[in-house]
Design a protein around this ligand. Structure first.
Ligand SMILES: NC(=O)c1ccc[n+]([C@@H]2O[C@H](COP(=O)([O-])OP(=O)(O)OC[C@H]3O[C@@H](n4cnc5c(N)ncnc54)[C@H](OP(=O)(O)O)[C@@H]3O)[C@@H](O)[C@H]2O)c1
Length: 269
């Protein structure tokens, strides 16, 4: 049977390159995209079997709807790539009152892992979390980060990626012996739309990005993990190199606090 790979944010950037690569290597690829037209345009240029599921990952209700749609489109899920992510330039809360990057970067993969869990346990899914090396600059504050009281247009990205990364060892533990693996990977510094913004910072970023690596190269380590059947789980990779988590992400008490907080916010047991 053709293996199925779900890629969130699969219509552009690294996610698109991941989807194209996995399709080219014999997967049926399911692109989760916010915009149907953009998703279909991406699908049309993917070399192989691909379908588009529309869904937004910015709030609990929307993630639940996206999960329903994914379950309907995927009788099995062999690979799940949590790729969708944002680097917000301004403070915004979603309809749950949660800061937007916290919702997309941290709560959405957390909730999807729960909502797709039964299908993943049946399928023996390999989950790949697209992380960011900038997590080391993160300062996750259990009382402030979720609601954006500590919002900062540069640092919030790192804070929310840190929250998300701290969940990887906990999901690995939850699924150990159940045949589902999860690993996180920093894909490199890649020329995509991430963090695009106006003003002087935006202009400077645009200039600097010309020297960054291609989405195809960013996709490569993600795809490598997606295809890795060795059973390795709970690890973090800087591109291809397995790297111990920095102390900031190894605070087990804080990780448990963020897990419990996420469970309350998205209403899972
Ligand atoms: N680029 C880098 O240098 C770099 C470095 C480290 C880590 N990363 C990580 O790589 C991942 C992909 O980023 P990228 O660089 O490819 O950036 P990108 O080109 O901006 O792509 C971001 C993707 O996330 C999706 N997305 C954003 N908000 C969403 C939402 N509310 N619901 C559903 N999808 C949403 C976007 O979908 P739409 O098309 O609908 O907007 C898009 O497909 C992110 O997790 C990022 O943190 C990137």
């Amino acid at each position: 049977m053709t293996p199925t790979a779900v890629v969130t944010g699969g219509a552009r950037g690294i996610g698109y390159a991941v989807a194209a690569s996995l399709a080219g290597q014999g997967h049926r690829v399911v692109l989760l995209a916010r915009d149907r037209a953009r998703g279909e345009a991406a699908r049309a240029s993917i070399p192989g079997e691909a379908v588009v599921v529309t869904g937004d990952l910015s709030g609990t209700r929307q993630v639940r709807a996206a999960a329903e749609a994914l379950l309907a489109a995927c009788p099995r899920i062999d690979v799940l790539v949590h790729n969708a992510g944002i680097w917000p330039s301004r403070f915004e809360v979603n309809s749950d009152g949660v800061e937007r990057a916290f919702a997309v970067n941290h709560l959405a993969p957390f909730l999807l892992n729960h909502l797709l869990e039964r299908r993943m346990l049946e399928s023996g899914t390999r989950v790949v979390q697209v992380s960011a090396g900038l997590y080391v600059k993160g300062r996750a504050d259990i009382d402030r980060t979720a609601v954006g009281l500590d919002f900062h247009p540069i640092r919030t990205y790192a804070d929310t990626k840190l929250c998300n990364l701290m969940m990887t060892p906990l999901f690995a533990k939850r699924w150990e012996d159940a045949g589902v693996t999860i690993n996180a990977v920093h894909p490199g510094v890649i020329r995509t739309g991430l963090g695009d913004r106006g003003g002087l910072i935006g202009l400077a970023l645009k200039g600097v990005k010309r020297f960054w690596d291609t989405p195809e190269n960013g996709a490569r380590p993600v795809v490598r993990l997606a295809l890795d059947t060795s059973g390795v789980t709970g690890r973090y990779f800087e591109i291809d190199e397995e790297t111990p988590l920095a102390p900031v992400a190894r605070d087990a008490v804080l990780a448990q606090q963020f897990w419990k907080q996420a469970a309350v916010l998205v209403q899972v047991a």
